[in-house]
Design a protein around this ligand. Structure first.
Ligand SMILES: NC(=O)c1ccc[n+]([C@@H]2O[C@H](COP(=O)([O-])OP(=O)(O)OC[C@H]3O[C@@H](n4cnc5c(N)ncnc54)[C@H](OP(=O)(O)O)[C@@H]3O)[C@@H](O)[C@H]2O)c1
Length: 223
């Protein structure tokens, strides 16, 4: 079966590149998106050297979105609105997965006030109902993703208002070696977005890099 092509906007950063590496290793064609074509291609070349035989190309964010079946957003929160403004027409009809965490750059250990609601809900409002927005991967540290020998030791909470889109993202997480759970509607993304500063705080306090969350006492459905 042909695997869907995944564009990762902001894929030149550690989180997007880490997800790209996992999905490329699982056989998904990857498009690394960037504001700059040369930066995108440099990251794509680096990933090709790490995952021999994988299909990984670079493009500016809009071109990557146009060519992809499914799009993942991994920019900082400050980059979310300008990136979505650039790619929104090309996103229509597709699933947008957002891993964006709103962090206060001056206080990354503190959960910020979000008067406009979770970043994922803001993304949905911006791109419109023609795009199925799913929030996921906000609590998966980039260094775990980027270590090909590391098992990702945390769960993925998947929030969205479209069940089929969430199931597609859960399958994608599993393909990347992660365990994922349907965690409710898109508004619930407030919690995984808020958990990341909590985990950053724990990492700093306990001199760790990979604090994560696990859901206990639930049996996932049989595959
Ligand atoms: N790093 C982690 O461990 C981790 C874990 C969980 C969640 N997250 C979340 O995942 C997202 C990505 O994390 P990251 O550490 O990979 O971020 P990052 O390195 O700071 O940024 C990723 C990429 O986003 C693009 N970008 C930066 N500022 C932008 C702007 N103002 N407008 C448009 N694009 C911009 C840049 O790509 P170009 O310059 O090439 O366009 C950059 O390489 C963030 O929201 C973060 O909170 C990160």
């Amino acid at each position: 079966m042909t695997k869907e092509t995944i564009a990762i906007l902001g894929g030149t950063g550690p989180e997007g590149a880490g997800l790209a590496m996992r999905w490329a290793a699982a056989g998904y064609p990857i498009l690394i998106g960037s504001r700059d074509a040369a930066r995108a291609e440099a990251t794509a070349a680096d990933l090709r050297s790490k995952v021999p035989g994988a299909t990984i190309d670079g493009a500016v964010n809009r071109e990557a979105t146009e060519k992809a079946d499914l799009v993942v957003l991994t920019t900082p929160y400050a980059g979310q609105a300008p990136t979505l403004a650039d790619v929104a027409p090309a996103l229509q009809g597709k699933i947008l997965v957002t891993a964006v965490v709103p962090l206060d750059p001056a206080a990354k250990r503190r959960v910020p006030n979000m008067p406009g609601g979770p970043a994922a809900v803001q993304a949905q409002q911006q791109v419109g109902e023609g795009v199925r927005v799913v929030a996921a991967f906000q609590n998966v540290g980039a260094h775990q993703l980027q270590d090909p020998n590391a098992e990702v030791d945390c769960d993925v909470l998947v929030c969205g208002d479209d069940r089929a889109a969430k199931d597609a993202v859960i399958a994608l997480a599993e393909a990347g070696g992660m365990r994922a759970w349907d965690a409710g509607g898109l508004a619930n993304a407030l919690i995984p977005e808020g958990l990341t500063p909590v985990l950053i705080n724990i990492n700093i306090r306990y001199k760790s890099k990979g604090a994560g969350v696990r859901i206990s006492n639930v049996n996932p459905p049989a595959a």
